[in-house]
Ligand binder design. Structure first.
Ligand code: ADP
Length: 396
């Protein structure tokens, strides 16, 4: 069974074609600059990458180009589009109703359109991407996989904010949580390694956007992102959790509008805001190594806040069996892992510094020190595979 996974952004469309019988990625790629001009990069394992300018007035043109590439005599990996059994679509937000991955019909689409206000950045392009794919591939089932759905079983006291309850009832203001597909994947892998389905696991997805999730018995019980992906740990350009009064104070003190305050907290804060160097952790690490105080401070704030959330989740779960690092920073930045895990032996977290330093990229590695009560793993995330798996399960 071959499944195409699509992740549509406002000007981009990522794709991966999976052969679910062999668990192989047959091809993957990225269409960029949709609505501007267009460029597509197409990769097949073991073969030369292909990159070419294209004309992408909209998502439909991009997906048509993807299908052409996938079936091309030279660059393709399948003989015809009919080999694709189903398409899985990534959606950041499934609102309160789409609690599980679902085959997308008219009702689901209508609901997704009704909640774009909750998700103005990712909702509209994901919907356009889905509509374009459906138009080009009308004869297969299309499945939506929602980042928020991993959190749909959280207790009400974990997702209701202590603000007037009517704001939840009227505007659905609550903690939704994001990156759920990534947390679900790495938490399941950790439970599999531990051989314990009921394990208490804390997963740290640290990338440009970062979030931490607590999982017990395969279900998320808490997560650091909230109503939007702005909450939780500091990120590339997002502040993460701060005293909410700072927002109104910035507005009063600087005379900026609500939108401008939002831009400050979403685009000019986090690692970029503190370091003044970059939103990219690699640049900040380089500057910190040269002695740049603000770059060093940004990294310390990041590790401090990750540690704080881990501690709170251990308290919530009454223990932890495994701590997992994933995504760009989590998988690659040894120093952050070391800084986060330092002085947590009381919680049973102890890492082997040599294994942590020499941990090969792209592999699952147990970086725990010998005899550590809590296991610490580096697990490369694979959201696309999770989407393909859900799509297979719902359509086969
Ligand atoms: P996104 O949230 O956009 O998917 P990624 O998961 O790709 O982001 O993570 C991007 C972050 O990972 C950037 O801050 C980048 O600097 C960091 N990163 C990637 N490789 C390394 C590395 N080798 N060392 C430190 N940080 C890295």
């Amino acid at each position: 069974m071959k499944i195409l996974v699509v992740n549509a952004g406002s000007s981009s469309l990522k794709y991966q074609l999976f052969d679910m019988d062999t668990n192989e990625v047959l091809a993957k790629g990225l269409c960029e600059r949709i609505g501007i001009d267009g460029i597509v990069s197409h990769k097949r394992p073991g073969k030369e990458d292909y990159k070419v300018n294209a004309d992408f007035p909209d998502h439909k043109a991009a997906i048509e180009c993807v299908l052409k590439l996938l079936t091309d005599a030279e660059l393709g990996v399948i003989a015809g589009v009919e080999e694709i059994s189903a398409v899985g679509h990534r959606f950041a937000h499934g609102g309160e109703k789409l609690k599980k991955s679902a085959v997308l019909g008219d009702q689901e689409l209508e609901y997704l359109e009704s909640i774009v206000g909750l998700n103005p950045l990712h909702g509209p392009p994901a919907i356009s991407g889905f509509k374009a794919c459906k138009e080009v591939m009308p004869n297969v089932k299309h499945v939506g996989v929602f980042d928020t759905s991993y959190y749909s079983d959280m207790e009400d006291y974990a997702y209701i904010y202590p603000i007037p309850y009517e704001l939840y009832e009227q505007y659905q203001i609550r903690r939704y949580g994001f990156h759920g597909t990534s947390h679900r994947y790495v938490a399941a892998k950790a439970a599999e390694i531990l051989g314990n389905k009921n394990a208490k696991i804390i997963t740290c997805h640290l990338g440009n956007g970062s979030s931490i999730t607590a999982t017990v018995n395969g279900k998320a019980v808490d997560t650091s992102m909230g109503f939007t992906p702005q909450d939780g740990v500091p990120m590339g350009t997002r502040s993460g959790a701060i005293d909410p009064t700072v927002v109104t104070y910035i507005q009063k003190a600087t005379g900026c509008t609500a939108e401008e305050a939002d831009t400050i907290l979403n685009k000019k804060s986090g690692l970029l805001g503190v370091s003044g160097v970059s939103s990219d952790c690699r640049d900040i690490c380089d500057e910190a190594a040269k002695g740049n105080y603000r770059a060093q401070l940004a990294l310390k704030i990041l590790a401090h806040n990750i540690k704080k959330i881990i501690g709170s989740y251990v308290a919530e779960m009454n223990g932890v069996d495994a701590l997992v690092f994933t995504a760009g920073i989590g998988e690659n930045d040894r120093q952050i892992r070391e800084d986060v895990c330092k002085d947590m032996s009381w919680l049973g977290v102890e890492i082997d510094e040599t294994v942590n330093k020499t941990c090969p990229r792209g592999e699952i590695v147990d970086i725990s020190a010998a005899g550590a009560k809590t296991k610490t793993f580096v697990i490369p995330t694979n959201e696309e595979y999770m989407i393909a798996l859900d799509t297979q399960n719902l359509t086969k």
